[in-house]
Design a protein around this ligand. Structure first.
Ligand SMILES: [Zn+2]
Length: 95
């Protein structure tokens, strides 16, 4: 291996990925969904904006609010942890 070559480790078990070795990128993306139907409320637009501003000021930082809309999680995985990652996600599907 060349000196100064950046080493990769599995971010789950910590095992070092050998130079030229096989590794995987586990990527999960969580995106806010919509069925296109807006809740039918009697609230005025002003009231809805005021409520949204209140949510922002309640202590949720910008990043938290952004994560509620879109969040991407990426991790480097060895071959064994790739299967664990896959199985854990697939295991969430119950219905
Ligand atoms: Zn691993």
């Amino acid at each position: 291996m060349e000196r100064g070559c950046k080493r990769l480790n599995c971010q789950t078990c910590g095992i070092e990925i050998p130079a030229g070795g096989i590794f995987y990128i586990g990527r999960a993306e969580i995106i806010s969904g919509s069925d296109g139907i807006l809740p039918d409320t009697d609230e005025s637009a002003d009231r809805m904006i005021a409520k949204a501003l209140h949510e922002i000021n309640k202590g949720k930082c910008e990043q938290e609010l952004m994560n509620e809309v879109h969040q991407e999680i990426k991790l480097i995985l060895c071959g064994r942890c790739r299967l664990i990652f896959r199985d854990r996600i697939l295991d969430m599907i119950k219905y």
